[in-house]
Write a protein that binds this ligand. Structure first.
Ligand code: ADP
Ligand code: MG
Length: 336
């Protein structure tokens, strides 16, 4: 076969293999777009575990009419424009791949309105040339993305989907992660028209704790020690508890969920001198200067690279040690 440039849809479908594994991964990408758009309300409707329909509506900034078709193109993003921007990412997205990938393996409709427009516009892309047609629509300021029949044209992927229940379980987990990451955003999740999760936007510390309890359980928040420390460009907040159930482990770096050996090590080490500490449940938010962390590691893996890994490790470790000390101090005060 001669060398040839692949047609756009095929190139997008190959790229989709990286990030679009199942309905839950579609929802992760789409909800991250809502967050990047500054939405404070996100409604998610899912049918048949997401394989039939995913509809996500936000009240964010919207997409201008003349950029709608572009939003579906590969490598098209409003979030970075230079290598400099790439070295200090402040948004969740930046690759400009998600909508192109998802629309190449589903029937995707994008409807949006910006605050400067009196009317909304809609774009739909299907077919081999990925030509997008823009037409008028009704929609308040914000965006709705509808994804029908995921993998309808890639039967090999479709076969890998599990039962409706399993797929919805993954969806629910993605929503938990996001609900913990952003208690300030109101999030509603429906499955087959039934309301499943309704998280109201938290505006006070008390309401934030209520959100954490709603997702992580009341016992977690009651048993947890509270982290709160700031030093130079590093800021840590959150809760950590010893537990037999290590399912609740959420570590966010600049709002992005991260699974990091280094950070796990920092936690384990902090608990070294505590009796019976085998497993932990935690919800921890670490904010660092975006220049100090590289998020461009892999589109689907939850990995980041810290420029000064040791410093970050020691900071997290120290924050937990201090919180543990504070706790044993109050216990001693109580006894004496
Ligand atoms: P990325 O998020 O990496 O930029 P995407 O393919 O996810 O790439 O989205 C492409 C572009 O479409 C975004 O950069 C953004 O400008 C626009 N966009 C996508 N979803 C939304 C949304 N919900 N609200 C506003 N703009 C959006
Ligand atoms: Mg995106």
């Amino acid at each position: 076969m001669p060398i040839q440039v692949l047609p756009p849809q095929l190139a997008n479908q190959i790229a989709a293999g990286e990030v679009v594994e199942r309905p839950a991964s579609v929802i992760k990408e789409l909800v991250e777009n809502c967050i990047d758009a500054g939405a404070d309300r996100i409604d998610i409707h899912v049918e048949q575990g997401g394989s039939k329909l995913i509809r996500i509506r936000d009240n964010g900034c919207g997409i201008a009419k003349d950029e709608l078709a572009l939003a579906l193109a590969r490598h098209a993003t409003s979030k970075i424009s230079s290598l400099d921007d790439l070295s200090a990412i402040v948004s969740l997205g930046f690759r400009g791949e998600a909508l192109a990938s998802i629309s190449s393996v589903s029937r995707l409709t994008l409807t949006s309105r910006t605050k400067d427009q009196n009317e909304a516009w809609q774009v739909y892309a299907e077919g081999r040339d990925m030509q997008a047609v823009v037409k008028p629509a009704a929609h308040p300021v914000g965006t709705t993305v509808e994804v029908l029949d995921l993998f309808y044209n890639t039967p090999a992927r479709r076969r890998f989907l599990r039962t409706e229940k399993t797929e919805f379980g993954h969806v629910d987990e993605v929503i938990r992660r996001i609900a913990l990451a952003r208690p300030d955003i109101s999030i509603n999740l429906f499955h087959n028209d039934k309301p499943i999760r309704q998280y109201r936007a938290a505006t006070s510390t008390e309401q934030v704790e209520r959100r954490i309890a709603a997702v992580g359980g009341l016992a977690f928040i009651q048993n947890a020690i509270k982290l709160e420390w700031e030093h130079d460009d590093l800021n840590i907040r959150g809760w950590i508890a010893e537990t037999n159930n290590a399912e609740l482990q959420y570590f966010y770096v600049n709002g992005r969920i991260v699974k990091d050996r280094l950070l796990n090590h920092a936690i384990k080490q902090a608990y070294q001198n505590q009796p019976q500490s085998e497993n932990f449940a935690y919800v921890i938010y670490l904010d660092v200067d975006p220049h100090q962390v590289d998020v461009n590691v892999h589109p689907a893996k939850h990995e980041v690279r810290f420029h000064e890994a040791r410093l970050v490790h020691d900071f997290v470790h120290q924050a937990i040690v201090m919180a543990l000390d504070a706790k044993s101090q109050t216990q001693q005060d109580f006894i004496s």
